[in-house]
Design a protein around this ligand. Sequence first.
Ligand code: ADP
Length: 159
Amino acid sequence: MKIAIYPGSFDPITYGHLDILKNAAGIFDKVIIAVAHNDAKSGFLSIEERVELIKKSITDIENAEVDSFDGLTIEYAKKRGANVLIRGLRAVSDFEFEMQLSQTNSALCDDIKTVFLTTKPKYNFISSSTIKEIYTNGGDISKFVPKAVDEYLSKRIVS
Ligand code: ADP
């Protein structure tokens, strides 16, 4: 069984993430979308909120599930019996960082391979940080995020 982990911040999940996840789910037997606790990035939503919103957004993808993890992605992947990490590429600017990350992970554990996927062009430009920017300035994010995220954020009080 080929199990893939799709790790990231997902703060919040967007249609870009969802498209990558659907593509991965078409290739692998099981895909675990895993929210990373990341001390370097201050969170907009809590880990629990992100997991809950992902859960509501992936109900139509039968072989996908959501989880969260602490520590090294590679250790989490081993624990879950996964042999593939999924990462998305938007632009050349993503490449340098992603290349370095995948090579670091290969050096830590050569049995786990990183697979890069891209989205449909219409989702390519979407990023969680842009969503946060639009949302905190009162803009409409419904075109960029799953319905569950839009509904949840529209009820949330911006502090
Ligand atoms: P991280 O903090 O790990 O970069 P993100 O939630 O920002 O977490 O992104 C998770 C993964 O999804 C990354 O590999 C990122 O490049 C990819 N990704 C995010 N948005 C898109 C998009 N619109 N198109 C392609 N890949 C994307």
